[in-house]
Design a protein around this ligand. Structure first.
Ligand SMILES: *Cc1c(COP(=O)(O)O)cnc(C)c1O
Length: 430
């Protein structure tokens, strides 16, 4: 189908990017389990390799099943193009790769997925890149952190682990004034709850491992480009604005216009970094996305009920859910996330570390896992797992104090989830 702007989200989440298979008429998107594609003739091959014609060469670069997913996520996010890759962490590196160079930095929110904090504080240093962490609610601090070597501002829409909601528009205004892009990790919100590009984001990254797939089966990532950034306006982004030696001096921005970032992501990023999504993973994620809006509605409905129940419970000290009337983020959530504040939040248990450990052991429906965004309800006690190497101060700053657990509320019966938390809290606080 053509992706007319008139189609609604529920229609696009099923149809965008897909068409009956031209070879067989197969209605569901086939898994193109192939490494390579036969060229029509030598001229066709040459045109493909010169980027003069778009087509399939080799599945490290492009694959028809993955291409459907790319078009679907780009459409749902309101972007011009997308590149899928092997994981959410791969998507983050792939998003930064064309922007950064040795000595460059990214200004990043302090409230991020734990793995992203590690990637940004440790691993990117090996490339000569660095991250400056700031509280993105403090807009003056964001402005002050941006310097001549800053190449992007990075945040999560609904942020880990507390489920706080970010004012993307405010960050975009600051980044626009500094001529740098804003990258939003929209994993926890999904395009159903938040469309960062409409709020001024340049690039959106996803761990498709989470809600987009929705059932904890495959890892994957995606980068969506708004197509709105002028990469040639300054000399800050030479990978996109100056001649590329590996393609006979082609300039990506001049040649591909709004699709420059997407083409570069495939033609240079996937070609040379090789963080490719496989067609099986794309297939599972396409199946998941077909029901995204239905699942997100239930995730939010359940999270609202459970957060409200926990907040009134004597054994619970506080609940961080931005969808609660008591949350300091409630107004921002209503304004920027009108369909709900997601299904990820933390709560503090009065019995402290010991009680949290007992709680995760006693739960029967909730699974104790290092994951989020599954149809199943998940819980993790960060202080004894993902954040156990950190000092007490670092745990506190990360929202992972010893008395805090993080939950990812699934789509089971809310009453069953509440009963499960009730019995486990009874054991934890006995
Ligand atoms: C899981 C996650 C990531 C990393 O994604 P992987 O697919 O595990 O590599 C990044 N950001 C957020 C918000 C996540 O939840």
């Amino acid at each position: 189908m053509s992706n007319g702007p008139t189609y609604g989200f529920d229609t696009l989440q099923i149809h965008a990017g897909a068409r009956p298979d031209p070879a067989t008429g197969a209605r569901q998107t086939p898994i193109y389990q192939t490494t390579a594609y036969v060229f029509r003739d030598a001229d066709h091959a040459a045109a493909l390799f010169n980027l003069q014609e778009v087509g399939y060469i080799y599945s490290r670069l492009t694959n028809p099943t993955v291409a459907v997913l790319q078009e679907r996520v780009a459409t749902l996010e309101g972007g011009v193009g997308a590149v899928c890759c092997s994981s959410g962490h791969a998507a983050q590196i792939m998003a930064l790769f064309p922007l950064m160079g040795p000595g460059c930095n990214v200004v990043a929110s302090t409230r991020l997925y734990g793995g992203t904090v590690t990637q940004f504080t440790q691993t990117i240093k090996r490339f000569g890149w660095s991250a400056k962490f700031v509280d993105t609610d403090d807009l003056d601090a964001v402005k002050a952190a941006i310097d001549d070597n800053t190449r992007a501002v990075f945040c999560e829409s609904i942020a880990n682990p507390g489920g706080y909601v970010t004012d993307i528009r405010a960050l975009a205004d600051i980044a626009d004034a500094a001529d740098i892009p804003v990258i939003v990790d929209n994993t926890s919100a999904t395009p159903y709850l938040c469309r960062p590009i409409e709020q001024g984001a340049t690039l959106v990254v996803h761990s498709t491992t989470k809600y987009l797939t929705g059932n904890g089966t495959v890892t994957g990532g995606c980068i969506v480009d708004s197509g709105k950034f002028d990469w040639s306006a300054s000399d800050k982004f030479p990978s996109l604005s100056t001649p590329e030696p590996a393609y006979h001096g082609l300039k990506f921005h001049e040649t591909f216009g709004p699709l420059a970032f997407t083409f570069h992501g495939i033609a240079v990023g996937l070609r040379d970094l090789g963080m490719t999504m496989n067609p099986q993973a794309a297939h599972y994620t396409l199946l998941g996305i077909e029901t995204l809006s239905l699942r997100m509605q239930r995730h939010v409905e359940n999270a609202e009920k459970i957060a409200a129940w926990l907040e009134t419970d004597d054994r619970v000290e506080y609940v961080t859910y931005a969808g609660l009337p008591s949350s300091p983020y409630q107004e921002r959530a209503k304004q920027h996330y009108p369909k709900g504040a997601g299904a990820l939040f933390t709560f503090a248990v009065k019995g402290g570390y010991e009680a949290c450990v007992k709680l995760v052991n006693a739960l029967e429906i909730f699974s104790h896992v290092a994951n989020l965004g599954d149809a199943r309800s998940l819980i993790i006690h960060s202080a004894s797992t993902t954040h156990r190497q950190l000092t007490a101060e670092q745990q506190e700053a990360a929202g992972a104090s010893p008395n805090v657990v993080r939950v990812s509320i699934g789509i089971e019966d809310a009453d069953d989830l509440i009963a499960d938390l009730d019995q486990a809290l009874a054991k934890a606080c006995a």
